[in-house]
Design a protein around this ligand. Structure first.
Ligand SMILES: Nc1ncnc2c1ncn2[C@@H]1O[C@H](COP(=O)(O)OP(=O)(O)OP(=O)(O)O)[C@@H](O)[C@H]1O
Length: 307
């Protein structure tokens, strides 16, 4: 379990964290989602004792990171995949880490297998692609078989096969009962694997909840309607208390009414239609709805992060 309570952190003029509070419970993948500069890395660095907060606290399994003995047994983290000595082989890097934490060579070989690095284990890490470095970073995170795993942008630099593998690994680790905190600025990566999402923007938590709950909150708000008589339909829907926007091609986007209410309102006014669909929100829709209003994100290309 990770517990973060009221974290505030200022870097000179930048308020990086402005009262961040959330938990990442065991057995779940908690997505930690926000645009560039939102405060994800700073939060993770505070959890890992790499940065000190000005206010608030972070606990891993009920303890401050600094108070953990052999921390790799309590929490594994991938923060900066490039942080390996280029002249060292992958296996030597892991052996060195294992020795520093009283872990066995057996664990080293187990994690090398687990992340699919066996064929490259005796090659120097300096020649690794970013995707291979990510795998090596994950291997290091899993070395102590920790109950808590924190991965900062683990999909960075991974090819489609690597991404599919990573998604499977995250699900497996959560199914084993571990608490996972996985940051990303790309929503699609976490849809289908995260159980919960903490959405952060400008150092504040904008939403925190189950993925289904977040999607349900956003879904059902819009109904898409296709009709050969858009103007008449819009009038009928307004009379029924909805708001309708006529889109290109005669379609209408309706808010304030359920699909059933739309059908009933059109029936009352004898307006024909060919389609009425409730728009199912994606995690990406939720994200842009939550962060899109923030001018800074638009200016710094928050939307540009979209694939
Ligand atoms: N060491 C530092 N010195 C000064 N400002 C910093 C430092 N670290 C972070 N910041 C600032 O704090 C804010 C939050 O940055 P942070 O790296 O935590 O965001 P992020 O959500 O992880 O973004 P990204 O996805 O780009 O990594 C930004 O405005 C950033 O410029």
């Amino acid at each position: 379990m990770i517990e973060v309570t009221g974290l505030r952190k200022r870097f000179r003029s930048a308020l990086a964290l402005d009262g961040v509070t959330f938990t990442a419970p065991p057995g779940k993948v908690t997505g930690f989602i926000g645009p560039n500069g939102a405060g994800k890395s700073t939060t993770i660095r505070v959890i890992l004792g790499l940065d000190a907060p000005d206010e608030g606290r972070a606990r891993v399994g009920g303890h401050r990171y600094q108070d953990l003995r052999n921390p790799l047994r309590h929490v594994g983290a991938l923060v900066d995949a490039a942080a390996v000595q280029p002249g060292r082989t992958a296996r030597d890097h892991l052996l060195w880490l294992a020795r520093s934490q009283s872990l066995t060579t057996g664990r080293v070989d187990a994690v090398i297998e687990q992340v699919g690095l066996a064929p490259a284990a005796r090659r120097k890490a300096g020649g690794f692609s970013l995707g291979m470095r990510q795998r090596l970073g994950i291997a290091a995170a899993l070395l102590g078989d920790p109950p808590v795993v924190i991965l900062d942008e683990p999909f960075n630099g991974m090819d489609p096969e690597g991404i599919a593998w990573m998604r499977g690994l995250l699900r497996t680790l959560a199914a084993e009962g571990r608490a996972l905190l996985v940051s990303s600025h790309l929503m699609g990566e976490l849809q289908g694997i995260a159980d919960r999402a903490v959405v952060i923007g400008r150092g504040k938590v904008l939403a925190d909840g189950g993925i289904d709950e977040l999607l349900a909150r956003a879904a059902g708000e819009q109904v898409l309607l296709r009709t050969p008589a858009p103007a008449e339909a819009a009038g009928a829907l307004r009379r029924a208390g909805g708001a309708a926007t006529i889109l290109d091609g005669g379609a209408l986007s309706v808010s304030g009414l359920t699909a059933r209410q739309v059908v009933e309102a059109l029936g009352r006014s004898s307006v024909v239609f060919s389609e009425v669909t409730t728009q199912r929100a994606t995690l990406e829709d939720v994200y842009f709805r939550l962060t899109g209003g923030e001018a800074e994100f638009r200016a710094d290309g928050g939307r540009g992060a979209r694939r």
